[in-house]
Design a binder for this molecule. Structure first.
Ligand code: SF4
Ligand code: SF4
Length: 376
């Protein structure tokens, strides 16, 4: 196992994400505990020392199962991370109650790593609102040793991350973002990594395989990569990409069975960053995969022409994300922070915007399609 330095710790470069544990009868809330325990045992045996759970994973049962599985090992043999569930605004006034409950669920007296979960458009105001006192409470827990390292995860835009960092950046020790060779440009991950670098904050990666989308590639792309590295499997390329980014300290993979775990651990037995040629090849495959998304450059020319005052570039970015992912929570979550009269469904199809769009995007059609997809 490759290890990375983080302050005075040596963290396994691969961490076990506990959001896609094996379940019974396809029911996300019913974790197959025996199988999950086997996975933890395999991970522990093979040098994985970082385990990432959260209040909401598996309907609240991930913390319970991980706590139970890890309780069989000495407390100094693993690092446990969990998160404050600020993705649900009703949790904001309950930080103390939730934190205490999390310690109990996980059967620990302290968390090695604790995160503000999913800082995004919808909750940034609440996270920064002193009336909830979340930051103050977590800092207090850090002082009394019940949080060893405090950080945050973010699915929000660059601007939202910046706001959060402007407020709390000097106290944040790590940040978890969605990073993979698709999102390097698609979700602005490259710019987010640079922003974190400015704040000297190391990067924790989630969705290295973009929910499994990068575990297989079409034949032509597979052949191109095989020609470069005959012994490298396709999923491993996603991890080699991340090994090429010096700011990345931790890669979390939400594995669902021991076979996936074996393959990932095998990849992390070695550090094999991509060379320039390999990087170019991989990013060009990413470009190809993004073909079909709308080429909005966020020039904003269209915005002043919209009689409904829609934030067209932002909506198109969310539309691209939603279409590429085939649904998912990111776009609905971002839109929940926007008044309904500014949603894609508010578009009246007047096409004033299209007359000035240098990319000739059929914006009205995209808005109609986006509205329909969201409704569906
Ligand atoms: S077509 Fe829709 S998005 Fe474009 S200007 Fe008209 S209302 Fe705004
Ligand atoms: S004018 Fe076209 S490219 Fe520019 S922001 Fe609007 S949709 Fe995007």
């Amino acid at each position: 196992m490759v290890y990375r330095d983080f302050q005075d710790l040596k963290l396994s470069a691969l961490g076990m994400g506990a959001m896609r544990l094996p379940v019974i009868d396809g029911d996300d809330a019913r974790i197959d505990e025996a199988a999950a325990e086997q996975m933890v045992a395999y991970a522990m045996e093979h040098g994985v020392n970082y385990y990432d759970t959260a209040w909401g994973y598996h309907n609240g049962n991930s913390e319970l199962v991980m706590g139970k599985a890890l309780s069989k090992y000495p407390r100094d043999k693993f690092y446990l991370a969990t998160k404050f569930p600020g993705y649900d605004l009703s949790n904001m006034p309950k930080v103390k109650e939730i934190f205490e409950k999390q310690l109990e669920k996980c059967q620990v007296e302290y968390f090695d790593f604790y995160l503000f979960h999913n800082v995004c458009e919808m909750n940034i105001d609440a996270y920064l609102d002193e009336k909830y006192g979340i930051f103050e409470y977590l800092m207090e827990q850090k002082k009394n040793g019940r949080i060893r390292h405090l950080g945050f995860s973010a699915h929000g835009s660059y601007d939202v991350m910046k706001r959060f960092l402007d407020a709390y950046g000097e106290h944040m020790e790590f940040c978890q973002i969605q990073l993979n060779y698709i999102d390097w440009t698609f979700q602005d991950a490259k710019a987010k990594v640079e922003l974190l670098k400015e704040h000297n904050i190391p990067v924790w990666v989630m969705e290295p395989l973009r929910g499994g989308k990068l575990a297989t590639l079409p034949e032509k792309e597979t052949a191109a990569l095989k020609a470069l590295r005959p012994d490298e499997d396709i999923p491993a390329w996603a991890f080699r990409f991340l090994q090429s980014i010096p700011e990345v300290t931790m890669v979390l993979s939400g594995m669902s069975n021991v076979e996936q775990m074996k393959a990932n651990i095998e990849t992390f037995e070695t550090d094999k960053p991509l060379n320039e040629k390999e990087m170019r090849a991989l990013l060009s495959i990413a470009d190809g995969m993004l073909n079909g998304t709308l080429p909005c450059t966020a020039c904003h020319y269209c915005v002043s022409h919209c009689p409904k005052g829609l934030d067209i570039p932002n909506l198109l970015e969310l539309y691209n994300e939603h279409s590429f992912t085939g649904g998912g929570f990111i776009a609905p979550m971002a839109l929940s922070a926007v008044p309904e009269e500014k949603w894609p469904s508010a578009c009246i199809g007047c096409r004033s915007c299209e007359k000035v769009c240098p990319q000739q995007i059929k914006i009205s059609e995209a808005m109609a399609d986006f509205a329909a997809k969201l409704k569906g």
